[in-house]
Design a protein around this ligand. Structure first.
Ligand SMILES: C[S@@+](CC[C@H](N)C(=O)[O-])C[C@H]1O[C@@H](n2cnc3c(N)ncnc32)[C@H](O)[C@@H]1O
Length: 327
């Protein structure tokens, strides 16, 4: 069965929203940008390469949990409809799709990256001929409650499983996470369940190499953001003048990915009428990746109107899957 592609983002989304983010983040001190702009075609492909790196344990650990527990989790949810937020390549998702309840099965993949969505949907359509696939381009930080109430995401279908895998929740800052959880909760109906993949706090000796690998793939992923800015906004960044850095912030319990200017430089954004300077050693924060404890997740989810309904980790206790229901 083919898939259907629905674009819920306005035609000028990338331009307008990226412009706003650049104006806000790059004129702030310290400079920062949200991580959603990493994922152009090159960035999405580089992220897939990262998931296969020896240092990058999250994907392998999450897959190990799914391999052991997905059947039980999905069967207990009795869901026929799986909705995935930030679905990317939808690779691990197959382990969930394999266990949807009998009847018409639907998979709604939601991502901000059109190229990742199309590639994933095409591949799934070949392997799951009976599955209805809805590929939805949307921003899960905007209008999520509305999107979850749309028939595209199976509202009224009775018992959906909404998955948010890969530790992507860690990319949201605490206040953004609170808004996000509120939107998910507002979009869920009784009988729905929310499945979360979250990375756990551990030694920086394990964490830092996961975001600064020996082969330099994460560095290429981080630096590609500058190419996105060059292409989309006519900026004139020279990626050669920046260095990738991964830093564990103990107080915030998150990894920060940064780009450090190796010399003083000026950047002009042709399409934005904006010029910036970087001092030598000045850093642009491009991503946070928060790490969690079970207690912290329970506290935040409970505060947002969920109740816990399951907790699983991999044999090394590196990564967690947890199931939440409307309280
Ligand atoms: C860390 S990757 C995880 C991909 C996949 N879920 C996995 O576990 O391998 C994050 C994914 O979320 C998407 N994404 C990031 N920010 C988003 C946003 N605000 N709205 C929708 N998708 C977003 C990216 O395009 C990317 O595919």
């Amino acid at each position: 069965m083919a898939y259907r592609f629905t674009d819920l983002l306005p035609a000028d989304f990338a331009d307008r929203s990226l412009r706003e983010d650049v104006r806000t983040g790059l004129t702030a001190d310290p400079k920062w940008l949200p991580p959603k702009w990493f994922y152009d075609k090159t960035g999405s492909a580089l992220f897939e390469d990262i998931t296969r790196l020896p240092e990058y344990y999250p994907t392998r650990s999450e897959r190990a949990i799914l391999q052991t527990h997905a059947a039980g989790i999905v069967r207990s949810s009795k869901a026929r409809h799986l909705v995935e937020l930030g679905s990317g390549s939808s690779e691990k998702t197959r382990l969930l799709l394999d266990h949807l309840a009998d009847g018409e099965n639907v998979y709604t993949a939601l991502d901000v990256s059109g190229s990742a969505l199309r590639q994933a949907a095409e591949s799934l359509a070949g392997n799951y001929p009976g599955l209805r696939i809805e590929a939805v381009r949307a921003d899960f930080e905007q209008h999520l409650a509305q999107v979850l109430r749309d028939p595209l995401t199976g509202r009224g279908a009775g018992g959906r499983l909404v998955a948010f895998l890969g530790g992507t929740i860690g990319n949201l800052r605490p206040a953004e996470r609170q808004v996000f959880l509120g939107s998910v909760r507002a979009g869920l109906e009784a009988g729905d369940a929310f499945l979360l993949g979250a990375d756990l706090v551990k030694s920086p000796k394990v964490l830092v190499p996961a975001y600064d690998d020996a082969a330099g793939v994460t560095a290429a992923f981080n630096l590609n953001l500058l190419q996105v800015l060059n292409q989309r906004l006519g900026a004139d960044f020279d990626p050669e003048t920046f260095r990738h850095r991964a830093v564990w912030n103990e107080d915030e319990a998150w990894i920060e990915m940064r780009l450090r200017a190796t010399r003083p430089l000026a950047v002009r954004f042709e399409n934005l009428d904006l010029s910036l300077v970087f001092a030598q050693g000045e850093e642009l924060r491009t991503e946070i990746s928060a790490k969690f404890t079970r207690a912290r997740l329970e506290q935040e989810f409970t505060a947002s109107g969920f109740r816990p309904d399951g907790w699983w980790t991999d044999p090394g206790d590196r990564f967690s899957l947890s199931l939440w229901r409307p309280a």
